[in-house]
Design a binder for this molecule. Structure first.
Ligand code: SF4
Ligand code: SF4
Length: 273
């Protein structure tokens, strides 16, 4: 592959990078491979020693570990701990790793044995409650998104290689949406979590006329009361708001109050008060 690289005349070391996947669809790793027009440049910047989707070679000698996926089995915990021991920098790669992702939706069911039976029938597999990787190991950096945005990943890796600090936005998606001069989706009859979700995706969904589902988790400041008011003013119920907030697992700290309110509303509707 590539020879020595330099930045402003200063020789740079190509860090050894490894990609790992746990409970996930592997869509975040695929994002990296999908980026054909910049893939060669990216590969010149780092030395990839583990990337099951792309190569057969394996090595435990790496400095940066990208960990994709949530943890849902005991053997995954063991493997994750080993990766943490080997890596100098461990990156939670995508919503599954950062928050549990769509996988954590199964935690909403009280009886996990029932869930396992429903999904796997007579082929029993071990599958426990789903957790983000930070519940087991120290995480140095989160890269958000479902999937991650490849341009953002490349920018972050470039910064790591040249020794620049990494800045992840903490303002809401609404700001990027407004900068793109989109019409607010609420005005078009579509609910959206843009007011409370962390930006950085360049308002990917709203720019394609889809409401945000919060895959990048909460922005630095979240005004949930205001969001609830917006939803209600545009005719959306709290259950619809909760559905969105729970989709990727980033808003679990914000939903319990809304859940209690939604249950009261439901009882009133059913005349049980
Ligand atoms: S974050 Fe989304 S795209 Fe990435 S592995 Fe999880 S489900 Fe797939
Ligand atoms: S708009 Fe929302 S759901 Fe869509 S990519 Fe951005 S943060 Fe994720």
């Amino acid at each position: 592959m590539a020879g020595p690289i330099s930045f402003l005349g200063v020789p740079l070391k190509r860090p050894k990078v490894a990609f790992f996947e746990f409970t996930a669809c592997e869509g975040c790793q695929l994002q990296i491979l999908n980026n054909e027009h910049t893939l060669i440049g990216f590969l010149n910047l780092v030395e990839i020693v583990n990337f099951r989707e792309a190569m057969t070679e394996r090595s435990d000698d790496y400095e940066i570990a990208f960990v994709e996926g949530s943890i849902s089995r005991s053997d995954e915990v063991e493997r994750l701990l080993e990766i943490r021991r080997n890596a100098r920098i461990l990156i939670a790669f995508g919503s599954c790793a950062c928050f549990g992702g769509v996988n954590q939706l199964k935690n909403r069911f009280a009886d996990l044995d029932w869930v396992t039976k429903e999904v796997y029938g007579d082929f029993p597999v071990e599958t426990d409650e789903v957790h983000p990787i930070a519940d087991y190991v120290a995480v140095d950096l989160n890269i958000y998104g479902c999937p991650v945005k490849k341009e953002e990943v490349e920018q972050i890796v470039t910064n790591l290689v040249v020794g620049k600090s990494v800045k992840i936005p903490d303002f809401p998606v609404c700001m990027e949406c407004k900068a793109k001069e989109n019409i607010c989706l609420f005005e078009l009859g579509e609910p959206c979590l843009g007011p409370v979700t962390r930006a950085g995706c360049d308002a990917w969904c709203p720019s394609n006329r889809r409401g945000c589902w919060g895959c990048r988790g909460p922005a630095g400041v979240v005004n949930m009361d205001q969001l609830e008011e917006i939803f209600n003013n545009y005719g959306f119920k709290n259950v619809e708001l909760i559905d969105r907030l729970e989709c990727f697992g980033g808003f679990t700290d914000f939903t319990s109050k809304l859940r209690t309110k939604a249950a009261c509303e439901q009882r009133k509707t059913e005349g049980r008060s």
